[in-house]
Design a protein around this ligand. Structure first.
Ligand code: GLA
Length: 376
């Protein structure tokens, strides 16, 4: 791999990292101002960076096509940036728009967060740039402010109307804990989660079905939820209590009811999951995960044949529970298993994929890792 010096002719001022995430439970709840429970992955986007005085942004990715993308302030303003460079460019634009005095920079990225796998590689990229800029330009912003800024960057300058979960996870997660986040006021609690200590493994099964959230399905689902909240006279679906769900459904058109049922029951599953983790019983999360998947499959309809098969095969092979994680339409499935059975469950899922004629899934496992940070 090339070095920063070889590319840009000087040394970086520092190196920063931001992780991808898996969400344990709480899917499609964030833009409904509900609850989520993600963990950060050990896989990160790393960025080496040095400030420039001419306002230009030069970007290079070790996973890219070998070229340096050079952007001027005019390119940023015109919004004509394409490809992966949109994400770092969007963060710089969001900083400028928010009135921060930032300039250009030379940036070199390297990442082991798989892209298109539902593991938030884009949020990791955004958050890596956000922490690097925060330090380099002495902005003094806190983790939460940086996460909101990265979300705004994606909403406004990439065009994906995502919620705040991925950016909050990448910024605020801690090793050994899941982040219990209330997305209405961003109050958060680190819930201790020691999978290895409990003799457990969390398999992350990348189905290799890629789905681009920018293609409109996500935006439509979000719009459906907002419409339902409006019809119910509420600011967001988070305000529908579980006990009031049935009555609320009678006041909605048939096509919106499954969306609301998913969101309201999913918020409840997050609360149940946190109670079990607080009680020191992570294995008991299993049935909640599988119920969450059924809700995503049958009510929210963001599942696909491969994610359904991975869940079914993992559970049939003895997993405590399994579910699709992230936005959906492909991406990754998590499965909670004992350390002893992890290899056998992974083998069964791989075999089921082979029999069904699907591409071989990529299976690894996750322990709650650290959020964004300066490396050197
Ligand atoms: C994507 C979005 C998140 C969240 C999830 C679904 O990852 O970026 O904000 O909505 O989908 O839970």
């Amino acid at each position: 791999m090339t070095t920063f010096h070889a590319l840009y002719g000087h040394q970086p001022e520092g190196e920063w990292a931001a992780p991808g995430r898996v969400n344990l439970i709480g899917e499609h709840t964030d833009y409904n101002l509900g609850f989520v429970l993600p963990i950060a992955l050990a896989q990160t986007v790393r960025v080496q960076a040095r400030r420039r005085t001419d306002g230009r942004l030069r970007l290079y990715s070790a996973q890219g096509d070998g070229s340096v993308t050079e952007l001027t302030t005019e390119d940023l303003a015109a919004g004509t940036v394409t490809g992966w460079a949109r994400y770092p460019a969007a963060v710089v634009m969001a900083l400028v728009e928010a009135g921060h005095r930032v300039g250009g920079a030379d940036l070199l990225f390297d990442s082991d967060v798989p892209t298109g796998a539902g593991l938030s590689s884009s949020a990791a990229l955004e958050c890596a740039v956000a922490v690097a800029y925060n330090d380099l330009f002495g902005l003094g912003l806190g983790e939460q402010e940086l996460a909101l800024l990265a979300q705004r960057a994606e909403n406004r300058f990439v065009g994906v109307p995502c919620g705040v979960m991925d950016q909050m996870a990448s910024m605020c997660c801690r090793a050994g804990a899941a982040l219990y986040l209330d997305t209405r006021d961003l109050s958060a609690r680190q819930v201790p989660l020691d999978l290895a200590g409990a003799g457990l493994r969390l398999l992350v099964i990348d189905t290799r079905v890629k789905h681009d959230l920018a293609d409109g399905a996500y935006a439509q689902l979000r719009a459906g939820c907002e419409r339902a909240a409006e019809l119910l006279g509420l600011p967001a679906l988070r305000e529908v209590p579980l006990t009031g769900l049935e009555e609320a459904l009678t006041r909605l058109p048939a096509e919106l009811r499954p969306l609301v049922r998913h969101v309201v029951t999913e918020d409840d599953r997050v609360r149940q999951a946190v109670a079990l983790l607080d009680a020191g019983d992570p294995a008991a999360l299993g049935p909640i995960l599988t119920a969450g998947h059924a809700s995503l499959r049958d009510d929210y309809r963001v599942s696909c044949a491969e994610t359904d098969l991975a869940v079914a095969a993992a559970v049939a092979a003895g997993a405590f529970g399994a579910r699709m994680t992230g936005g959906g339409f492909g991406g990754s499935v998590i499965a909670l298993v004992t350390a002893d059975t992890a290899d056998a469950v992974a083998g069964s899922v791989t075999e089921a994929f082979r029999e069904a004629g699907h591409a071989e899934p990529v299976i690894h496992h996750a322990e709650p890792a650290s959020g964004a940070r300066k490396l050197s």
